[in-house]
Design a binder for this molecule. Structure first.
Ligand SMILES: [Zn+2]
Length: 390
């Protein structure tokens, strides 16, 4: 019955992926059930997907039982508990709903790796954000559809960099940047700053802060602000302004590496990229651009996303040429699975924050060409030195 949901693969790993994808979608639907009357039907549909993946007599069998499970670590679901795959703790430890039935940051961390097109209610298409129901590749293709059509590599790179460098700002500022740089940006991609990313100093004065890493508006929870993508780890506390209308400040709460404290900006006419484009284009792009700029600083020549995104970076250093695909996954098992399903067209590079995954990936895929950011930068330094010596 579910062949059209299941697709060609149906092993334990793929069933687990469907469970996580449906759990993410049910959690989102539950968090907005007060606003959208069809949300409960969506939760029921996702319960069906979870039941089908688990098989008869296992796992939650009603929408309320599924919602209860979403308040506990996913690892307690039978698909994880019985698999013995405890090493994928990134996913097993994830909790999707907090005690107030709001989405937790785990949702935003995992969704990029797990979101799948599952069959749901037709009505839900109108209010379910794309990031809960589409493959990452699909969202990226959609964001750049008009650019890919023109087949112009320069336009494509300029416009993709633009989104990554300017994921939020005032309408006026963005419009001016678009006209001076000549990039093609679909303005539909920008929307008003969501309520949970605003700080209301008074009933009519609201502020937002750009993330120090990705520049998208930080999430505001009470007096605390941080990026929804947790590897962008800085956490700040809001210091209200001297008068109700003056600019509030931030103090750093974490002990991590010192980062510049972002400055509050008025919400007024500010806009930001849609959460899907942010999560699938800006978050990975911030890492890719950071690496590109670091390599250029070393003296290498770098081209981004060659051949309309065949891979991430083409690097020329002295006599050597490198092709690199950066992979920043929270779940190393999803990474391995994706690399198996779609072998990369370039050497895989794990960024500094994910270098610890190297051993596990190498053990699972011994013939895969894979490196870490630290090793690769040493390799580039040597190649540049070799170039200078000849
Ligand atoms: Zn961020």
């Amino acid at each position: 019955m579910n062949e059209w949901i299941t697709g060609p693969r149906d092993d334990a790993g793929e069933r687990r992926r469907r469970v996580v994808a449906a759990a993410l979608r049910a959690a989102y639907a539950w968090s907005v059930r007060g606003r959208f009357p069809t949300a409960m039907r969506e939760v029921a549909m996702m319960t069906g997907v979870v039941m089908e993946a688990h098989g008869p007599g296992r796992g939650p069998v009603s929408p309320s039982a599924l919602i209860d499970c979403l308040r506990d670590p996913l690892g307690e679901l039978p698909t994880f508990a019985e698999s013995g795959e405890t090493e994928d703790s990134a996913v097993a430890d994830a909790v999707l709903l907090d005690s107030h039935d709001r989405l937790t940051p785990d949702v935003h961390d995992l969704v990029c790796e797990y979101a799948l097109p599952l069959a749901g209610t037709i009505e839900a298409e109108a209010w379910l954000p794309t990031w809960t129901r589409m493959h990452a590749d699909h969202i990226r293709r959609q964001a750049f559809a008009s650019l890919i059509e023109t087949r112009s590599q320069d336009d494509y790179v300029a416009s993709r960099k633009f989104l990554i460098d300017h994921p939020a700002g005032s309408r006026e500022e963005l419009a001016e940047l678009v006209s001076t740089t000549g990039v093609r940006v679909v303005f539909r991609g920008y929307t008003e700053i969501p309520a949970d990313q605003q700080y209301h100093a008074t009933s009519d004065t609201a502020w937002w802060w750009p993330c120090p890493v990705c520049a998208w508006p930080l999430e505001v929870t009470g007096r605390t602000v941080r990026c929804r993508y947790r590897p962008h780890a800085s956490v700040f506390r809001i210091v209200p302004g001297r008068s109700p209308r003056s600019r509030p400040g931030l103090t750093a709460l974490d002990e991590g590496p010192r980062v510049a404290r972002p400055e509050a900006r008025p919400v007024n006419d500010a806009v930001c990229l849609d959460a899907g484009v942010w999560r699938f284009v800006v978050v990975p792009g911030a890492g890719e651009l950071r690496l590109c700029r670091a390599l250029e600083k070393q003296g290498a020549q770098v081209r981004m996303w060659p051949d309309l995104d065949s891979y991430d970076l083409h690097v020329l250093a002295g006599p050597d040429e490198f092709r690199i695909d950066m992979k920043e996954y929270r779940s190393v098992h999803r990474l391995i699975d994706d690399l198996r399903t779609k072998p990369p067209r370039a050497r895989v590079l794990l960024p500094q924050t994910h270098e610890h995954q190297w051993d596990v990936v190498k053990a699972a895929l011994p013939s895969l060409a894979i490196t870490t950011e630290t090793r690769f930068r040493t390799e580039v330094r040597r190649a540049l030195k070799k170039g200078r010596a000849t």
